[in-house]
Ligand binder design. Sequence first.
Ligand code: ZN
Length: 287
Amino acid sequence: MGEQPAAATRMAEISTLFPAGQGDFLVTSADRMLFYVHQTALLHASGNFKAAFEKSASEATAGAIPALKMEENAVTLEILFQYVYQDRQSPSIGDVHILNNVFRAARKYEMEGVLQQLRKSLLETRLHQGRIIQPLYVRYPFATLAIATAFDCKDEARFALRECLKGDLASHIKDASGIQVPADLVVYVMRLRRERAAWFSSKLDSWPWPTEGCHNCYRGYAEIRMQLEKELAFSLDYKSVKQVVIDPSRTCSSQHHIPEATRELIQAWDAEWFEMKQPLPLLYTQL
Ligand SMILES: [Zn+2]
């Protein structure tokens, strides 16, 4: 307690979700937001608060509400407390960094129920103003994978891992900047992606070379193949590969038609691709 608590309190903001007069306990965030919460609600979420309440009660001046300063910031605490109050609608977390912080706080205070709800939020599809919002594991697969792995959410991690094997890895990784990611996890994701890229390459091998005997046709075909292999290294996108190989409008520089992949070939690829992309991959800790 400082020497001038009244002056300090005047400068702090009060959470609109947990305003004065509603709770019997005052929590201050690291960035000086005030939350009026109920001791019973916090105790229900975690027995860890018991000692803090007793200490605060013994230190509180007569007539003042017992108070505790927590290390988390206001954004984290506001979400954490919403989960603590089970009669409130659970908050929607669209930012993986905030989610990571709330997870950390919930684990630190051993809030089992809150951890379970946070887990659910990784896979949840939400409705916002009449629009469907894709779950976090689809929007930010690598960040979700890192969080799910760190907080021992194995099934959720496998869903996220499956998404990490599609699209542009660099942009997936960028979404996770600032979130701790074990090096093993990055290596493992890259390994699975390399295996998948090898599958794409082997499929391209079954797309026949032109048979015209025109060297411009060979060159045209080779250029398309090179371009595709280059793109594949960045983005494992089956649809865009398929788009290229079924394009009937490709010609060589002598205006010969470069044959597209046959329908039968594409059907065989489709079936194999479906079989490959559907199952949830194992985590490296499960191998
Ligand atoms: Zn030609």
